[in-house]
Design a protein around this ligand. Structure first.
Ligand code: AMP
Ligand code: GLY
Length: 420
């Protein structure tokens, strides 16, 4: 099969690494891909939002299947357009992707289908939003309705912070159209986990749970980012909770989307908080999570391509997982998620244990790699002990200590250490 992966991040590198191992794959392309994928996929200079360009390429190269990583092309209708051209694509239509594209839509959907989530209200007027905050008090959570690369959420500890967030989104329009409507939510507490599933219409096949670290700095300090590290599986989430999440959240969502005339094909991702009342949805994504994918896919025993093809054709896929932990730590450019420098040389890593590197914002210059984005790469590893896994990752990361322009969190997975 000829396969095209759309995207350029660590998640897409992880998908490419899985597909590159599969002998059924004749040609593997990534659009636009990144510096680290060379050798595993042919990177082509087509932007992920150039849907017409991607369609033309898929036809020219007789692509049998396209797999989409990022949310922006999904919301721009990449799946709709590929399907209109008769091209196979593992991705939701823009109607189904609205579950991620609009937090207001997602909240109304969850309310209608009785899917557990935080209480909320939506606003377009700053004064109304502020009156609501003053009535409810802090802590309280302010979210831009539209896509904001994981940065459009403010968990306000004080009323002053909450009111500021309203000004930033509704008055100063920091997120432009994505922040023209805001959702204000009750602040939930509890450990978080992410559960992704392969979905085709009413059929839902969950993966193993992962934990992502969204804040920039250790001990969950600093601004929200796209994700600074992750590990899987998450031992403090019980099997019972996973079954409940599967039934009451993922399956209900897939069924609800069919009922709304928006049947879903692709990856459904629930970001969850384990509250005293049980798991509640913090957010839905309609794609593979980043960096969760980089720590979940390495534990898949069977071939990713077989799973996708089976799911798309209405067959039960074989989904078998290693009895190992996988953890990964993101190296980011200092300043991320705000502004940062690019073009900084990366060291050669001496990989310890079962370590691997998933590239994200990197570019190849001659034989070396230089940084080319906020999240630069992820170093991951796997073994039967989470402690040894994490140790191997941090040993591999040691050379980064010498480079002032990069940073990473030093506490990924450390509170959850255990063995299989
Ligand atoms: P989101 O982009 O919606 O996943 O939010 C980013 C992060 O903000 C989440 O991973 C949580 O840590 C936090 N967050 C979002 N919504 C809430 C909420 N209702 N209560 C507490 N924390 C939240
Ligand atoms: N790790 C969260 C996300 O992919 O949005």
């Amino acid at each position: 099969m000829n396969i095209l992966v759309v995207g350029r991040g660590g998640r897409e590198h992880s998908i490419v690494m899985q597909l590159a191992k599969d002998e059924k794959v004749t040609k593997l392309y990534a659009a636009p891909g990144n510096g680290g994928m060379a050798g595993q996929a042919t990177c082509i200079k087509i932007d992920e939002m150039d849907i017409a360009g991607l369609i033309k390429f898929a036809k020219e190269k007789a692509i049998d299947l396209t797999v989409v990583g990022p949310e922006n092309p999904l919301n721009a209708g990449i799946a709709n357009r590929f399907q209109e051209e008769g091209l196979a694509i593992f991705a939701p239509t823009k109607e189904a992707a609205l579950l991620e594209g609009s937090k207001q839509f997602a909240k109304e959907f969850m309310k209608k289908y009785d899917i557990p989530t935080a209480d909320y209200a939506t606003f377009t007027d700053a004064n109304d939003a502020k009156n609501y905050i003053i009535k409810k008090g802090a802590p309280i959570v302010i979210k831009a309705d539209g896509l904001a690369a994981g940065k459009g959420v403010v968990v306000a500890e004080t009323e002053v912070q909450a009111l500021q967030a309203v000004d930033e989104m509704l008055v100063e329009q920091t997120f432009a159209k994505a922040g023209a409507t805001i959702v204000i939510e009750e602040c939930l507490t509890g450990p978080e986990f992410s559960l992704m599933a392969f979905v085709h219409e009413g059929n839902v096949y969950p993966m193993i749970p992962a934990r992502d670290y969204k804040r920039a700095f250790d001990n969950d300090k600093g601004p929200n980012t796209g994700g600074m590290g992750a590990f899987a599986p998450v031992s403090d989430i019980s099997g019972e909770t996973l079954v409940y999440t599967y039934r009451e959240i993922l399956q209900k969502t897939a069924a609800g989307l069919i009922n709304e005339g928006r049947p879903f094909t692709g990856i459904l991702y629930a970001g969850l908080m384990m509250t005293a009342e049980g798991p509640k949805v913090i957010e839905f994504n309609t794609r593979f999570g980043d960096p969760e994918t980089q720590v979940v896919l390495p534990l898949l025993v069977n071939n990713l391509l077989d799973v996708i093809v089976d799911v798309m054709n209405g067959r039960n896929p074989r989904l078998e997982w290693e009895e190992n932990f996988c953890a990964g730590v993101v190296v980011a450019s200092k300043g991320y998620p705000a502004s940062y420098k690019k073009g900084i040389s990366l060291p050669q890593f001496q990989t310890w244990g079962n370590c691997f590197v998933a590239h994200a914002g990197t570019k190849r210059v001659g034989k070396r790699f230089v940084s080319d984005g906020g999240r630069v790469l992820l170093v991951g590893s796997k073994s039967t002990s989470l402690e040894r896994t994490i140790e191997a990752v941090y040993q591999t990361l040691a050379p980064i200590e010498q480079i002032d322009e990069f940073f990473y969190r030093t506490d990924i997975g450390k509170q959850s250490i255990g063995t299989f």
